[in-house]
Design a protein around this ligand. Structure first.
Ligand SMILES: [Mg+2]
Length: 244
């Protein structure tokens, strides 16, 4: 499998199935897709499958993407469905015990900065729990300025690693830790989805902003070809390269 570290390196025209992370890749964090991105993706969709793989819930992905993709892999792929037919392929929920382990880990993480709304930090989405260090609905500029080089979150996890046989954590979005069942991450679910669709893995590419070690896209490395982007602007360039 190939990994393209920048969009300039992307030199293949063979892709039929294009997987995208959402926040930081197709849209800004928890923001609505731009008209420009929408029009390029509509073009891409004419000859390609467009799949969104996000930590967000179905409702949020629908809202942020204007329901343009063909398939949604919500909550890191643990809730998979065909948006056109409405068919649900699978939904894997966290157990009560797993949720407790996650909440215990969140409680361990120290916080030394103010937050606007204490009740906006933890979202239990069913298959995934996401902990925003600043608030899920905090102002997007504030969120983008909070940890742009991911260092705060990397340091927190280095100092307070999650040791568990049942759950795992990744850095996602702009301020977030994404917790899922151990092994039930984006990489695993992309692979399961490709098998279910009987697609040729060589014709699949995954585009994301967090393919670095510890990022919530990193488990897709080695599953199919991957492209690291810095944000939606580079994603636009990549899509234009993939459209033939
Ligand atoms: Mg992202």
């Amino acid at each position: 499998m190939k990994h393209f570290a920048t969009v300039q390196d992307l030199d293949e025209k063979k892709y039929k199935h294009v997987f995208f992370d959402m926040d930081g890749t197709v849209t800004r964090a928890k923001s609505i897709i731009t008209p420009e991105m929408t029009s390029v993706l509509i073009l891409l969709k004419q000859k390609h499958d467009v799949i969104i793989v996000s930590g967000q819930t179905l409702e949020n992905i629908k809202k942020q993407t204007n329901a343009f993709p063909s398939y949604y892999l919500c909550q890191s792929g643990n809730h998979a469905l065909d948006i056109v037919t409405g068919e649900e392929f699978w939904r894997k929920e966290l157990s009560k015990e797993q949720k407790k382990e996650i909440m215990d880990h969140i409680a361990l993480l120290p916080r030394t900065w103010p937050v606007t709304d204490e009740n906006d930090l933890i979202e239990d989405r069913g298959s995934q729990i996401s902990y925003s260090l600043l608030g899920h609905h905090e102002n997007v500029e504030k969120k983008e300025a909070f940890d742009p080089d991911w260092k705060k979150r990397k340091k927190l996890l280095a100092e307070h690693p999650l040791v568990s046989n049942f759950v795992e954590v990744k850095i996602g979005g702009t301020t977030t830790f994404d917790y899922v069942q151990k092994g039930m991450n984006k990489g695993y679910n992309v692979n399961e989805f490709v098998k279910k669709m009987s697609w040729n893995i060589a014709e699949c590419i995954y585009i994301g902003d967090a393919l670095f070690p510890g990022g919530n896209d990193d488990t897709v490395l080695g599953v199919c070809d991957t492209l690291q982007v810095s944000g939606p602007d580079e994603t636009l360039v990549a899509i234009n390269k993939i459209i033939i």
